[in-house]
Ligand binder design. Sequence first.
Ligand code: SAM
Length: 207
Amino acid sequence: MTTILRDWSYRYQWFYDTVSALAALSVGGERRFRRLFLKDLTINPESKVLDLCCGAGQATQELVNHFQDVTGLDASPIAIKRARQNVPQAKYVEAFAEKMPFSDRTFDLIITNTAMHEMDLEQLQQIIQEVHRVLTSNGQFIIIDFHRPTNPFFWLPVATFLWLFETDTAWKLIGTDLKALLSKSGFKIESCQLYAGGSLQVLRSRV
Ligand SMILES: C[S@@+](CC[C@H](N)C(=O)[O-])C[C@H]1O[C@@H](n2cnc3c(N)ncnc32)[C@H](O)[C@@H]1O
């Protein structure tokens, strides 16, 4: 179940950005939200980095501030066009995350920001296997996405957000044990930090 607002958020970038900025208030604002992945991250500017499901380049923008070789991948040609305009410092590839056009062991770091909740379980499993394939040995995978709230006061705002903007895959994600899926595909879990009453997770794993 979703509403027309989901369609608008994909159609109008200003609307997506406004909703995203409002939602980010729950973790202290957009700037903090976009920098959550940096916590505990050892930055080697020469690392090859992939922003998986990059959208219009919102996370890519932060990545190019720290890394020289950043690629954004998204299945939507409109998203790729916007990302190219917004963050020209990165390279872009229009492709499905389930079947990435990259050789084995291409990237040192892969980040996916608020996109895995759009996938059904089968897609999620395929994507995790693909990420494992294209990461270098010891490469790192960071997932930033919804999580089942641990603070009961966050259930109402989260449920309202999911009802207005998301589909059933987001509800399924918060009921999915992502750590177990990653472990099954050969990842070692490094940490899982929760924010916004537990409704947002930053899950770090390594090949
Ligand atoms: C909610 S947006 C997140 C965008 C961006 N990462 C951000 O931080 O705002 C989800 C993105 O995932 C992309 N996407 C959805 N399914 C995909 C798939 N199977 N393969 C690649 N991209 C996909 C959509 O086109 C969309 O741009």
